[in-house]
Design a binder for this molecule. Structure first.
Ligand code: NAD
Ligand code: WQD
Length: 333
C-alpha cells in the first residue's frame, strides 16, 4: 500500500513515517518544511534502513498535488501538515485557517478527483474546549476557544459532511491528547522553535541548564496538587494508533472519530518529579499565575479506541521522560 504522508518531516508525522515503513507500507512525504528540517528525512532513513521518498511542497498548492497524484497511485493519505501553536493562531488567525482549513480542503478535493478516499486526520483534544466530564469521551460537545482549535473543528465538520455526501469515503478523525517523547533511537523528535510553549520541552530545557527554572502555571486548580492535569501520550504510541486506524478504515467505509490518549492524567508537578527521577536531573521551578485559557484537568476516555482499534497506549511516563531527555541532549549537540 502506498501512503501519502503530509507533514511527514514534522514531529508526529516523522514518527508515523518510521512506523509505516517498518510495517512494510510504501510512503511518500509531502512537507513544505515550514516547521521542520530536511535532515529529519535522512534520520528516518537511518532508522528504517531505507531512503524516504520526499516532495518539498505545500498542501495548498493544487497543481503540485495534482502532479503528485498523477505520478503516484496513492491508496491513502495521512494528513499531519498544519500549524499548531495556539497563541500564534490568536494573533494570526487567517494564516491558521488558510493552512489548516484551506490546506485540508485542497488536499481533499484532489484526493476526490483521483478517487483516493482513505483519509487519516490529525485532530486534537482541543476541540473539546473546557470539557464538562473527565475522562473525556468522544461524545463530548465540541467547543473551541481559539482559531487553532476552531480550524480543527471546521475540518472535522467538513469530513463529516464529505462522508455523508459520499459513502465511499473512509475517514479516521484522531483526537490527540498531549503528545510527548521522541523516538528511542534519539534520531528524531520535536524541533521546538524559540521558547517552548509546551510543558515537556520546557522541562527538558530547564534540566539541560538552558533555562533557569520552569514556571508552573497555576497552583490552585482543583487537582491532586493544585497544578494542571493532562493526558501525556508517547509519540510512538500515538502513531501506532494511526496504523490501527488505517487498518480499520481499510475494512470499513464511513467515518471514525477516536480519542488517542492514555486515559491517565498527570499534574505538572507529577511530570516534573517523574522527569527528575527518570533522568537524574533537577528541574527547578516556581509557582506562578495561571496561564489564560488553561483548564484544570483533562484526560481521555480511551475505551472507544481500544474497542474499535484494539489499540491502547503502552509506553510509561518514565519512557516519555527518558526519550524526551535523550532527544534534548541531541538537540544541544
Ligand atoms: P509539526 O509542526 O512538527 O509538523 C507539521 C509539519 O507540517 C511540519 O513539518 C511542517 O513543515 C508541515 N507543514 C505545515 N504546513 C504545511 C503546508 N501548508 N504544506 C505542507 N507542509 C506543511 O507539528 P506536529 O506536532 O507534528 O503536529 C502534526 C499534526 O498534529 C498537526 O496537524 C497538529 O495540529 C496536530 N496535533 C498536534 C499536537 C501536538 O501537541 N503536537 C496535538 C494535537 C494535534
Ligand atoms: C500542559 C500543562 C500548563 C508550560 C496544548 C494545546 C493543545 C495541544 C497540546 C495541539 C498545562 C502547564 C505548561 C509551562 C506549565 N496541541 N505548563 N508551564 O496546554 O494542555 O495543550 O498542546 O493540538 O491544543 O493547547 O499543553 O504542554 O502547553 O501544558 O505549567 O511552561 O503544563 O499550564 O497545565 P496544553 P502544554
Amino acid at each position: 500500500m502506498l501512503i501519502l504522508v503530509t507533514g511527514g518531516a514534522g514531529y508526529i508525522g516523522s514518527h508515523a513515517v518510521v512506523e509505516l515503513m517498518l510495517a512494510g507500507y510504501d510512503v511518500v512525504v509531502l512537507d513544505n518544511l515550514s516547521n521542520s528540517h530536511g535532515e529529519t528525512l535522512q534520520n528516518i532513513g537511518r532508522i528504517v534502513g531505507q531512503e524516504v521518498v520526499f516532495t518539498h511542497g505545500d498542501v495548498r498548492d493544487e497543481s503540485l498535488l495534482t502532479a503528485l497524484f498523477e505520478q503516484y497511485s496513492f491508496d491513502a493519505v495521512m494528513h499531519f501538515a498544519g500549524l499548531k501553536a495556539v497563541g500564534e493562531s490568536v494573533s494570526q488567525p487567517l494564516r491558521y485557517y488558510e493552512n489548516n482549513v484551506a490546506g485540508s480542503l485542497t488536499l481533499l478535493r484532489v484526493m476526490d478527483k483521483f478517487n483516493v478516499r482513505q483519509f487519516v486526520f490529525s485532530s486534537s483534544a482541543t476541540v473539546y474546549g473546557n470539557p464538562a466530564v473527565v475522562p473525556v469521551p468522544e461524545s463530548s460537545p465540541i467547543s473551541t476557544t481559539n482559531p487553532y482549535g476552531a480550524s480543527k473543528a471546521m475540518v472535522e465538520g467538513i469530513l463529516r459532511d464529505l462522508s455523508h455526501s459520499d459513502p465511499e469515503w473512509r475517514i479516521a478523525i484522531l483526537r490527540y491528547f498531549n503528545p510527548v517523547g521522541a523516538h528511542p533511537s534519539g534520531l528524531i523528535g520535536e524541533h521546538a522553535n524559540g521558547v517552548p510553549n509546551n510543558l515537556m520541552p520546557y522541562i527538558a530545557q530547564v534540566a539541560a541548564g538552558q533555562r533557569e527554572y520552569l514556571s508552573v502555571f497555576g497552583s490552585d486548580y482543583a487537582t491532586v496538587d493544585g497544578t494542571g492535569v493532562r493526558d501525556y501520550i508517547h509519540v510512538v504510541d500515538l502513531v501506532i494508533g494511526h496504523l490501527r486506524a488505517l487498518e480499520f478504515i481499510g475494512q470499513s467505509k464511513g467515518i471514525l472519530t477516536c480519542n488517542l490518549g492514555t486515559g491517565q492524567g498527570y499534574s505538572v508537578l507529577q511530570m516534573l518529579k517523574a522527569f527528575e527521577l527518570a533522568t537524574g536531573h533537577k528541574v527547578p521551578y516556581r509557582l506562578v499565575d495561571r496561564r489564560p485559557g488553561d483548564v484544570d484537568s483533562y484526560y481521555a476516555d480511551p475505551a472507544y479506541a481500544e474497542e474499535v482499534l484494539g489499540w491502547r497506549a503502552e509506553r510509561s511516563i518514565v519512557q516519555m521522560c527518558q526519550d524526551s531527555w535523550r532527544w534534548q541532549q541531541v538537540l544541544i549537540h
